[in-house]
Design a protein around this ligand. Structure first.
Ligand code: BG6
Length: 496
């Protein structure tokens, strides 16, 4: 039976792993904000499941801290009081078939009839596959009493084989259209804007190809170090943590062909096609590095070869992009926190002007500023006043905070939770995209182990922009990493 046939009027969100950090820092603030904006279904109930022996009252009190400390909107007691009555706690062990059956009975009792359910696996990754199996064994994937959807957090696998195995386990219990795999970068307002920038304007798309673009750079830099997550991170490293998901997804949005609509499959077909067209990455086009002092951190193996920074050069073998290099870099403990996509256009064929600042070329740069200083900047040349022919670079600058004053950009989880409740999977990764991304990353990971000399481990000082080798990677082709997305106040701003 098709779930929508039940016309279920009520909605249940079940968060597995509800005593953890993600629930506190992301999910509850997102639910609180959506509730405050009047966007949650009126009759929603939210059940947290975890092993600890908590009461409803304790659970609510615990979550109130999350709403207070991490919500983008201001916290107020009236909103919280209205929301907290919808929050319930269920003590259960994620590894116990009996506990899933008991939970099912408990939910049926609370719902008292047909209800749509959204399960959220905010658990340790090793539970993702088994939890799907337990849910199915307890009949909790059955849609006769309403829709059954499931959100699965990152990381989705640790390599291609484990991701395929996990997709296999998930699909034994849920159809693909019931599955929502989180990549929170897709929920960021500015990442969503990439498709608007490209396809709601006529200005950019005609030049969005190898004939006009020289190279594209994706930087996701973090100033924080690994912090308390060494246990996870030392096994994962930057490629699994950031490239397989966030950086490749951003690249796909910037380079994919126009989808026929904003429908989830239309968008995801194009992203999957694009990821499939990326040429296998040559180890010589990779740079890996560790920040100084990483190995001394608690929880890190003293001989750890885990990179906290990587830079890659990629090629996309399709009609639009043939021959154009794409540079991706990400790392921890870097100089600045910035996520930026820079589209560098080709320099004009002939320069008849005198360039200020000893520059030799004048490429236009389009900077898509994901965070912070969310916005878009276009760098172009202009005549220096009161000179005869001197040209200088300036920025045309759109910043959300100026164009939409008073609007707080929603956290990614706000949008993602709402979309999953509505059944819109456009901002979630499909199984084939996940596997295509692993197919690219896996050989680099194994190459770094098997042929370490092709891309020797570098180190970099905390607070720097990474190793010199990353600059050399671009220099080979006459390119440089571009900064962009400066916060330069209103209107036009000069390049610093
Ligand atoms: C997560 C990574 O997926 O993204 C973290 O596991 C990283 O290591 C985080 O810090 C970055 O997300 P954001 O939204 O802070 O840029």
């Amino acid at each position: 039976m098709n779930a929508s046939d039940t016309n279920a009027k009520t909605t249940t969100v079940v968060i597995f792993g509800a005593s953890g950090d993600l629930t506190q820092r992301k999910l509850i603030p997102a639910l609180y904000n959506n509730f405050k904006k009047g966007r949650l279904p009126e009759d929603i109930r939210i059940i947290g499941v975890a092993r600890r022996d908590w009461s409803d009252a304790f659970f609510r009190d615990h979550l109130r801290g999350g709403a207070k400390d991490h919500s983008a909107l201001s916290y107020d007691d009236a909103t919280w009081s209205a929301l907290e009555g919808k929050l319930h706690y269920f003590r259960g062990n994620l590894d116990s078939a009996d506990d899933y059956r008991a939970l099912h009975t408990h939910l049926n009792g609370l719902e008292g009839g047909p209800a749509n359910r959204l399960y959220y696996l905010a658990t340790a990754p090793e539970f993702y596959g088994p939890a799907c199996g337990y849910l199915a064994a307890a009949g909790m994937n059955d849609e006769t009493q309403g829709q059954r959807r499931i959100i699965i957090e990152k990381p989705f696998g640790e390599d291609l084989a484990s991701a395929q195995a996990l997709n296999g386990q998930v699909h034994e219990s849920f159809r693909e259209d019931q599955v929502y795999r989180i990549d929170h970068y897709l929920g960021k307002e500015t990442a969503q804007n990439i498709l608007f920038l490209r396809f709601a304007n006529t200005l950019f798309e005609p030049v969005w190809n190898r004939q006009y673009i020289s190279n594209i750079q994706v930087t996701v830099a973090e100033s924080v170090d690994v912090g308390h997550r060494t246990g996870y991170y030392d096994k994962a490293g930057v490629l699994r943590d950031m490239f397989q998901n966030h950086l490749l997804q951003l690249l796909a949005l910037v380079t994919m062909e126009p989808p026929a609509s904003l429908n989830a499959d239309a968008i995801r077909n194009e992203k999957a096609k694009l990821l499939g067209a990326i040429r296998p990455i040559h180890l010589g086009n990779t740079v890996r590095a560790q920040y100084e002092g990483y190995r001394a951190a608690e929880g890190v193996a003293p001989e750890s070869a885990t990179p906290t920074y990587a830079a890659l050069k990629l090629h996309i073998d399709n009609w639009r992009w043939k021959g154009i290099p794409f540079y991706l870099r990400s790392g921890k403990a870097l100089a600045e926190r910035t996520s930026t996509i820079i589209v560098e256009f080709q320099a004009p064929p002939d320069i008849m002007f005198k360039l200020s600042e000893n520059r030799s070329s004048t490429p236009n740069l389009l900077s898509i500023c994901i965070q912070p200083n969310e916005g878009v900047q276009l760098r172009f040349e202009t005549k220096v006043p009161d000179t005869v022919a001197e040209s200088h670079s300036v920025n045309m600058n759109f910043q959300y905070r100026d164009a939409f004053p008073g609007v707080t950009l929603p956290d990614a989880y706000e949008r993602l939770l709402l979309d999953a409740l509505k059944g819109d999977a456009a901002l979630f990764a499909r199984s084939d995209e996940i596997e295509a991304a692993w197919r690219l990353i896996d050989p680099v990971l194994s190459g770094w182990t098997d042929s370490p000399t092709l891309s020797p481990m570098q180190d970099y000082p905390v607070g720097s922009w990474g190793p010199v080798a990353a600059d050399e990677l671009l220099a080979k082709e006459g390119h440089v990493w571009r900064s962009g997305c400066q916060s330069c106040g209103e209107g036009l701003c000069a390049i610093p």
